[in-house]
Design a protein around this ligand. Structure first.
Ligand SMILES: C[S@@+](CC[C@H](N)C(=O)[O-])C[C@H]1O[C@@H](n2cnc3c(N)ncnc32)[C@H](O)[C@@H]1O
Length: 206
């Protein structure tokens, strides 16, 4: 899971931002069958031509939120995008999204097609009173509901997910709920402390 900083704030401003993130993508491609790269659409579009050779574009995902409180005059931003990149031999698990009736049909060999989840995930931004219990104070925290389908689609129980710019640790929280393992990192001590508290990890084990 790669949700980079927005080239401002913690992480600073880099003139070579696109090249830097591309180099991280290349390294992730060596260790992971699936990569999810997050960003605003206009930034993410630049990576479509920079996909590591070992991987292909499996899906362009959109996170759609209606509750952005922006007061800028004009269009109110309501989307974040995510490139799902994967190797040709990697496994996808659309069956993880079947309900009990569909699972029953599948067991009887009567499921005629596998209805996967939609590539647009609608979930509100964690602002104000929305998702109060989930909010950690991290300025760019993603809702767990947004990461859940991604992890469900590309992993099974016991698999390992790496998030090198984990922010508030959403990947870790979702992995814990879903019985996956996670390795998390962040450049900010303040955010690592947020993760530690959120996941109740003692300082000596962080
Ligand atoms: C968009 S936020 C991630 C938010 C996260 N997905 C969540 O749900 O909380 C990006 C994070 O990247 C971190 N970051 C910036 N530069 C980094 C670097 N070189 N190495 C590791 N983390 C970095 C920032 O501190 C920030 O927490």
């Amino acid at each position: 899971m790669l949700d980079p900083w927005y080239n401002k704030g913690v992480g600073g401003v880099r003139a070579d931002y696109i090249e830097y993130i591309t180099s991280i993508l290349e390294e992730l491609a060596e260790i992971s069958d699936h990569i999810y790269l997050w960003g605003f659409p206009e930034v993410l579009a630049r990576f479509v031509e920079r996909i590591p050779r070992s991987h292909q574009l499996t899906a362009w995902l959109t996170w759609y939120y209606k509750n952005n409180p922006s007061v800028i005059r004009g269009w109110r931003s309501a989307q974040n995008a995510c490139l799902h990149l994967s190797t040709p031999s990697s496994k996808l698990y659309p069956e993880h999204f079947l309900n009990s009736a569909q699972l029953e049909l599948k067991a009887k060999g009567k499921l005629r097609y596998m209805p996967g989840p939609t590539s647009v995930i609608e979930s509100p931004l964690l602002v104000g009173f929305v998702g109060r219990k989930e909010q950690t104070g991290h300025p760019a925290q993603k809702p767990q509901a947004v990461y859940e389908p991604l992890i469900k689609m590309s992993t099974k129980q016991g698999d390992l997910v790496f998030d090198p710019m984990c922010g508030s640790g959403t990947t870790g929280a979702v992995c814990r709920l879903m019985g996956r393992n996670a390795v998390l990192a962040d450049i900010s001590d303040e955010y690592v402390e947020i993760v530690r508290k959120r996941l109740m990890i003692s300082p000596e084990n962080a």
